[in-house]
Design a protein around this ligand. Structure first.
Ligand SMILES: [Zn+2]
Ligand SMILES: [Zn+2]
Length: 488
């Protein structure tokens, strides 16, 4: 299943006529099945000329696509304090349904009518003023992927689907109510306090989060993360016009970091609906989280199965959501026209995830090849040890990495630590470098991912005065500096 090919230009109007953006494996997938795109495009009123999809080598059928599309599977490593070795992993499966009774059941059964559950949020109560104050644009129906959220309800069996749209994000969730664990009460309490500031009827103390409250909290935190990411790349919403302006510096082709539509996150209580959902637009079944770019409507989506024990809990789920959002945001920045350099894309995603929970680590790619090495809880310590043994990678090597699956633990530690070095010591230089990496244009003003190693060399030199070698030395000195004394 891995391996595949066909990175297709995401077809902003300027690049729509191009065929295929070179060889290589895209870590981000793009919907190419015009059959499933057609109805939603009609719904969205985008007026896209569907015939042009043929120029981007669209497979005619979903099952054809499944043989040819490269997929991005995500393996998670989430450590629990009581069990430092436990990890949950997932990977692409060629055909996970054959021996999976639950999937077969879900796929074959007629769609059950959903049980009577409140379809009005008990916290916003459908009140426009309350919703606006809480940053809720809509509780549905909203577009999701190539569907509407109403189609989601009828096509993906779940006890309940709820949706929530905020200023930059759209969520659909079938996650159930969840007990708040004793050990997790302080964190949840603090989050509820933040939510209550904008949604006054949220109770002071809850033993159980209902599905609506869960989604409200995830959405609130994800918007907070969007703001954090904007700070990282040194932008605000005002930097992104509705569409490309040729007389201004290139900022992509839409107001959502350079894409035209909001970011979408679909949280599935079980993997069966994740499989049904992702197969519909990418033609392949993926066991882990899947990220996808819809080139015609210019939006990015992550579908996340939350069935494994670690992802059933919000404490471990949310850092994983942040990891995926980080990839979506960075790819969207100045429009997703080519894959950004892998090491820094991954370094940022790991850094962002670890800002939420230092013990969290999402691990992409080939399952099982290095999970126990990636898992240590203190990555700063691991980096120190790695440098002590001389096993770190050099920036010059990392610049050429094309796939996260090709990164061994030392490459991941180095990427994460070099990114942290830039975040902590040179945040403005980092923002300028990231902007340069995402906005490369060719002689005709069309975004191009040509010679990314050369682009990285130029940017590190021009922005920071670094050669790859001098950068390595400065980073190593920073990463091996004595740790701060423990707080009294
Ligand atoms: Zn609500
Ligand atoms: Zn990643």
């Amino acid at each position: 299943m891995r391996g595949g090919f066909a990175t297709v230009h995401s077809a902003c109007p300027a690049t729509l006529g191009e065929s295929v953006a070179g060889a290589g494996v895209s870590r981000y997938l793009q919907a190419m099945d015009t059959r499933v795109l057609a109805p939603i495009l009609a719904v969205l009123g985008t007026g896209i000329c569907l015939a042009s999809a043929g120029t981007v080598r669209a497979p005619a059928r979903a099952d054809e696509a499944s043989e040819t599309i490269a997929v991005s599977a995500v393996t998670r490593v989430a450590l629990e304090p009581d069990d430092p070795t436990r990890m949950a992993s997932s990977t692409c499966a060629a055909n996970p349904t054959a021996n999976d009774p639950e999937y077969v059941l879900a796929a074959a059964a007629p769609i059950p009518s959903q049980k009577a559950k409140p379809d009005v949020c008990p916290w916003c109560k459908g009140d426009a003023e309350a919703m606006a104050k809480a940053g809720v644009v809509s509780h549905g129906p909203v577009p999701i992927a190539t569907w509407t959220s109403d189609q989601l309800v009828t096509r993906l069996p779940a006890s309940q689907w709820i949706v929530l749209e905020t200023a930059h994000l759209r969520f659909a969730s079938s996650l159930p109510a969840i007990e708040v664990e004793l050990a997790d009460q302080a964190r949840v309490q603090a989050e509820l306090d933040r939510l209550r500031a904008v949604l006054p009827n949220v109770p002071a103390k809850v033993k159980k989060l209902d599905p609506w409250l869960r989604l409200h909290l995830i959405a609130m935190k994800s918007e907070e993360f969007h703001a954090r990411f904007q700070k990282l790349i040194g932008v605000t919403d005002a930097d992104f016009p509705e569409s490309r302006q040729h007389d201004k510096p290139y900022m992509g082709d839409g107001k959502f970091l350079g894409e035209k539509d909001k970011f979408e996150i679909v949280l599935h209580a079980n993997r069966a609906t994740h499989n049904l959902f992702t197969k519909d637009f990418c033609g392949a079944e993926v066991t882990g989280a899947l990220r996808w770019h819809f080139p015609k409507v210019h939006k990015m989506l992550a579908s996340i199965p939350c069935e494994d024990p670690d992802l059933k809990k919000d404490k471990t789920l949310y850092p994983h959501v942040v990891h995926n959002l980080s990839h979506l945001f960075f790819c969207a920045y100045k429009h997703f026209s080519y894959d950004p350099p892998t090491w820094i894309d991954e370094g940022i995603a790991l850094a962002m995830e670890k800002e939420i929970d230092p013990r969290a680590a999402t691990n992409e790619g080939e399952e099982g090849s290095f999970v126990d090495r990636v898992a240590p809880p203190n990555w700063g310590e691991e980096v120190r040890k790695m440098i002590g043994r001389g096993r770190q990678k050099s920036l010059a090597e990392l610049m050429y990495v094309k796939e996260t699956g090709a990164m061994d633990p030392d490459a991941l530690y180095t990427s994460w630590s070099m990114t942290r070095f830039l975040i902590e010591e040179h945040p403005e230089k980092l923002a300028t470098i990231l902007g340069g990496l995402k906005g490369q244009l060719d002689a005709n003003g069309i975004p191009t991912g040509d010679d990314l190693p050369g682009l990285q060399r130029r940017l590190f030199k021009d922005v920071g005065g670094w050669t790859p070698q001098s950068f390595d030395e400065q980073w190593k000195a920073w990463a091996t500096r004595p740790p701060p004394p423990p707080a009294k």
